[in-house]
Design a protein. Structure first.
Lengths: 640, 498
């Protein structure tokens, strides 16, 4: 049942108004107004979203709210509308994005209190919220792509918000190009669907209609589309092989990392696959690839996080790893489990980043954990909330991460991916280790803080502390919406999502208790090891790093993947472009400069001579070669 | 709709009234400008702008009329009107960019603006041509004036070199086109487009060697004007050397006119012998997209970069042509979005220029977002549209062309095109990075004293977004324009299917 619900448009409208206000009037009305409007519009959007969500809850299962905006592309028989749709899946996502988004906006008021560019900052943040909500609420694939590109753009703008470091510009560009590779996959996936359905005279990208006609795709096209769309997901959601941009993205302000690079944007790929679950279900090969990449990324990124000295880098690789879990969940066909972890992750990882921001803020910009330590007394709120978040991500019951991670690992095992389940269990142990390493290095032990910074140490103001506390509560209780089956309201969240994403069909039935126990043991081992290494025997990590120098360096340098990409992709592209095409063929450079080829002449007398002897001749020669090629082709046509 | 409904045209001069207006204006500007100092040419520019606006209004009057005039020399249909309108828009933007630029750089106003108008005349003739000779006439009128415009800054060596190169190679390609026309005439016995269409559609031609050779020569001739690889090499040098408003005019106006004629001749009249040219265009499209994008990656001069970008976009358009008649509307829509986007981008380039060259390096864009947020924002819109990021016009255009090509089975070419658009992200974003993430660059001076230029930037930005967000009317008029051409000259064309 779909109900017309025009107020859905308000969820988009308010952030859009925020963008306009902050952009054009923000600088004039000053900080006070921007601090109210910037977070305010997201809070209002959250209010409207809550209203819509409650309306949805009151409806029988499988219901949806929708509003049609206007016809977008109508070309021949193909048509795409601009319309919004809120069902169980997009409802959960909108609640997460507006809810967590509003808290992070509020936090930003404190975090950016000393930044002159607050109006620009909130312009971009509101623009991000607007784009993300388009991505989620879109009722068709093409409009989702609009949001998909929009969030990417805002992400680059915010990564590069402080562009004092020339390296930042390089990072922003890398993020953009890597994402464009993913987006090309996404676009080709859309084309595959359009072309295949078009051959059956079905001209739509609307999710509801796609679902009705999905059977027309057939196995091959569904596999191709699923594979191509997943390339898009690996870009946006930082999975192997396109994850390389996310760690670099950490140079942006920390609230940005929390909102975009942990809680919301990077989960877009998971959302997309859950949304198109009906296509992936028809394509077991593509789905299996999603699970495999997810499991591998989870482990791979967790190993890198083990040794990073930068507090935000640890969290960045942790995010990649946790996203891997989500893909493992949806790739196992248990779409609801992936979305469940997406939600709890938004709470605890958003919180972890905000806490890291609070630490960095207190230390005047310091991000190296080797220069922290003993901070728990100076920053009690930060410490306790971050500790709660760590318990949640380390899957300690009854914190939220425990329930969602268990559900994913169970789904991985039950769908027949026992080896991926095993990787997931190992990753759980690694996760506990690196997270408690972070906690111990930051908040326990002797202070290693520079003495002048020691004096300025201060707990964050209330405007930053309140979001921490709210998120800490959510990170604690957020998992309780889906208690294990049989317990109280067991599986409530999964049952709520099932009409929208389809039910999980296990292949293997394993005992949930023993699976859960294995993961819990791994987790506990990780915590114990971190305790041993970083509190009891602080010399051990250094000793290990020295004894296993090669392995340590491999991890510290992130398996040298950046260098590898540079060597096999970026440099050859430039070499071909510059040396082969630009110089040798196109410009026939005589004076050696790539730019202004052949224009180094100064007087008109020389021009004539150059025109006679220089590159015009060369141009005409290439022209003639092309012409001869065409003539030869036609000669061939005539004689055959 | 009867294909030859001459009754709809009650006055024989009516279809060419816009052309007459432009011609008279060109002569008037030349005469009026004799006594105007080079540094005070704004008045002439405004006169030019006004006459272009009048021609625009008259062209609107032709919309909805169908038939031929002057014994078949002029096609009267929405296709002509569509291209004439877009060409006039391009010309008006060019004048808006030129007002301050021409005076500042002491460009002789009378010559400049009248040549511009004569060039517009040639372009409109190409769009409205009903036979091959008129196409050639239009092409030469356009080309010769643009050669001179490219070199109008007589004391600037680059400008001079640009003009000479363009002229030499242009003359070369004119030979090919003319030879092609002659061969097609020899094969079909007529130069009129309608009869050529009918002769080919009857199937009697087969693979007549004369016809094939003629088609091949015409591909080369048009390929030069749209800057397709390997006939593109003039473009970067000429774009870089020419005065920037002229560069914009070449990148947009010349391309529009060349594509108007190219599309009308090939996709309408040669449609029934598509097998004879679609393969060639397939190869040229792939080369053009790939070559343009790959070489653009290493450019450091914004005008050269935009030149290679224009080459790459010609490749996407050729992809549409290679895929056959069903892509017609998509190509026209793409050209519309391309027009505003490129005009906007060149306007921003002009805003950064000062006497000569400062502002032409991509590094000059550094820090622009901090100093001129709105100007940088507009440039960002243009670059994103060129990259094909939704919801800008460039995205909808690419999506439209690619999906039509896909429906006609050109999977390989579409994959090449999508991969190319990834490469293009690299160099477009290079400019965005400079504007938003780096510091330094040049100061923009006197922006408030250049209202016409600011208006050009603003209008182009608005149009780039509007055409992408609400594309429906533009897609409809592009489809209407294309179908009116194929309907007027061949009622059995496949393009008429719904």
């Amino acid at each position: 049942m779909t109900v017309e619900f025009p107020a859905l448009a308000l969820i988009l409208l308010f952030p859009a108004l925020g963008v306009l206000f902050n952009l054009f009037l923000g600088p004039r009305y000053g900080r006070g107004a921007v601090n109210v409007v910037g977070p305010g519009v997201v809070f209002v959007a959250f209010g409207v979203a809550t209203w819509a969500f409650l309306t949805l809850l009151a409806m029988p299962p499988g219901g949806a709210l929708a509003v049609h905006l206007w016809g977008w592309i109508e070309a021949g028989r193909f048509h795409t509308e601009l319309g919004l749709r809120l069902d169980a899946l997009s409802g959960v996502m909108v609640m997460i994005v507006t809810g967590v988004g509003a808290l992070i906006h509020l936090y930003s008021v404190g975090y950016m209190a000393h930044d002159e560019d607050f109006a620009r900052f909130f312009t971009y943040m509101n623009l991000f919220a607007f784009s993300m909500l388009i991505l989620i609420l879109a009722d068709n694939l093409l409009m989702m792509f609009v949001g998909w590109e929009g969030v990417g753009l805002c992400s680059y703008l915010l990564i590069a918000f402080w562009y004092t470091n020339p390296q930042f510009a390089y990072n922003g560009r890398k993020a953009f190009v890597v994402n464009r590779i993913g987006d090309a996959g996404f676009l080709l996936g859309i084309f595959t669907i359009v072309a295949t359905l078009g051959a059956h005279d079905v001209w739509t990208l609307d999710f509801v209609e796609l679902r009705q006609h999905a059977a027309l795709l057939g196995g091959a096209a569904a596999t191709a589309a699923g594979f191509l769309l997943f390339i898009g997901a690996t870009g946006k959601s930082a999975q192997i092989p396109l994850y390389v941009w996310l760690p670099d993205a950490m140079v942006g302000p920390t609230p940005v990392s929390a909102l975009i690079h942990a809680a919301t944007m990077v989960t877009a790929g998971v959302y997309m696959i859950a949304r198109l679950g009906f296509i992936y279900t028809m394509a077991p090969a593509a789905l299996g690839l999603v699970a495999t990449i997810g499991g591998l990324t989870a482990l791979f990124a967790a190993t890198i996080a083990l040794v990073q000295p930068d507090i935000k880098k640890v969290l960045a690789y942790s995010t990649i790893s946790q996203l891997g879990y989500m893909f493992l969940g949806v790739g196992s066909g248990a779409y609801a489990s992936g979305i469940f972890h997406l939600m709890t992750h938004a709470f605890f990882k958003g919180l972890l980043f905000l806490c890291a921001g609070s630490v960095i803020h207190a230390l005047g910009g310091e991000q190296d954990m080797n220069k922290m330590g003993g901070l728990r007394r100076k920053l009690p709120i930060t410490f306790w909330t971050m500790f709660i978040a760590t318990l949640a991500i380390a899957a300690v019951p009854p914190f939220s991460g425990y329930f969602s991670k268990d559900l994913i690992l169970e789904a991985a095992y039950d769908s027949g991916h026992s080896w991926l389940w095993f990787l997931g269990v190992i990753t759980a142990g690694l996760t506990s280790f690196y997270m408690f390493r972070l906690i111990f290095m930051t908040f326990f032990g002797e202070s290693r803080v520079d003495s002048e910074k020691e004096h300025h140490l201060h707990e964050s103001p209330a405007v930053m502390a309140i979001p921490l506390i709210v998120l800490a509560i959510l990170a604690t209780v957020g998992g309780w919406v889906n208690l294990p089956g049989g317990l109280l309201w067991g599986n409530a969240f999964v049952r709520f999502l099932t009409p929208a994403v389809g039910a999980f069909k296990p292949i293997v039935e394993a005992s949930p208790t023993s699976l859960s126990l294995a993961a819990s043991i791994a987790s506990a081992l990780g915590i114990a090891l971190a305790y041993l290494f970083y509190l009891r025997l602080p010399g051990v990590p250094m000793l290990l790093a020295w004894r296993l120098k090669d392995l340590y360096n491999l991890l510290l340098n992130k398996y040298y993947i950046d260098q590898l990409y540079n060597f096999i992709v970026t440099r050859p592209l430039f070499w071909v472009s510059d040396n082969v095409l630009n110089r040798a063929i196109d410009s026939f450079v005589i004076d050696g400069a790539a730019d202004g080829a052949g224009l180094a002449v100064r007087t008109s007398g020389q021009i004539a001579r150059r025109a006679e002897t220089g590159n015009v001749q060369h141009y005409a020669f290439v022209y003639l070669l092309g012409a001869l090629g065409i003539v030869a082709y036609y000669l061939f046509l005539v004689t055959h | 709709m009867s294909p030859f409904n001459l009754a709809a045209i009650n006055f024989v001069w009516l279809p060419i009234l816009p052309l007459v207006v432009v011609t008279v204006a060109a002569m008037a500007v030349l005469l009026a400008g004799v006594r105007v100092d080079d540094s005070e040419s704004e008045g002439l520019g405004l006169l030019t702008l006004a006459s272009l606006a009048v021609a625009f209004v008259f062209t609107l009057g032709i919309l909805g009329q169908y038939g031929v005039a002057f014994a078949g020399a002029i096609s009267v249909d929405s296709f002509s009107a569509f291209f004439e309108l877009v060409i006039l828009i391009a010309a008006m933007f060019t004048v808006m960019m030129s007002l301050d630029y021409a005076a500042e750089n002491r460009i002789p106003g009378a010559e400049y603006y009248s040549l511009l108008l004569f060039s517009v005349l040639g372009m409109m003739l190409m769009a409205a041509a009903g036979d091959l000779i008129v196409i050639f006439l239009g092409l030469e009128t356009m080309s010769i004036t643009v050669y001179v415009l490219a070199g109008i800054m007589r004391r600037n060596a680059k400008s001079n070199e640009a003009a000479i190169k363009y002229f030499l190679l242009g003359a070369f390609s004119t030979g090919f086109l003319l030879y092609g026309i002659a061969l097609v005439y020899g094969a079909t016995g007529t130069i009129k487009l309608g009869p050529i269409h009918d002769a080919l559609a009857s199937g009697a031609m087969g693979s007549n060697p004369l016809l094939l050779a003629g088609i091949g020569m015409m591909v080369i001739g048009f390929g030069f004007k749209v800057a397709a690889v390997p006939f593109h090499m003039w473009a970067p040098d000429v774009y870089e050397g020419a005065p920037t408003p002229v560069t914009a005019f070449m990148a947009v106006g010349v391309k529009l006119a060349a594509f108007a004629a190219f599309i009308r001749v090939f996709m309408v009249d040669f449609a029934s012998v598509g097998a004879h040219w679609q393969t060639v265009l397939w190869v040229i499209a792939a080369l053009t997209m790939t070559g343009g994008n790959l070489i653009a990656v290493v450019q450091t001069n914004i005008k050269r970069m935009l030149a290679y970008s224009a080459i790459a976009h010609a490749g996407y358009l050729l992809l549409g042509m290679a895929a056959g008649v069903r892509s017609g509307p998509a190509i026209l829509y793409y050209l519309l979005g391309y027009t505003f986007t490129n005009l906007g981008a060149f306007s921003v380039v002009i805003a950064l220029e000062r006497r000569g060259e400062a502002g032409n390096q991509i590094s000059d864009f550094r820090g622009l977002a901090a100093r001129q947020p709105l100007l940088a924002g507009a440039m960002a819109i243009f670059l994103l549209s060129l990259t094909g990021v939704p919801p800008m016009a460039g995205f909808v255009g690419k999506f439209y062309i690619f999906s039509e090509a896909l429906h006609q089975g050109y999977v390989g070419l579409v994959i090449i095109a999508v991969l190319n658009s990834v490469v293009s992200a690299y160099y477009y974003f290079y400019v965005l990075v400079a504007m938003y993430m780096q510091e330094g660059g040049v100061e923009v001076e006197r922006l408030s004293a250049r209202p016409a230029l600011v208006a050009a930037v603003g209008l182009a930005a608005l149009a780039t977004i509007l055409i992408g967000v609400y594309p429906q009317p533009y897609i409809a008029s592009a489809a209407n324009a294309f179908h009116s051409a194929s309907g007027a000259e061949g009622s059995h064309s496949a393009a008429l299917e719904p």
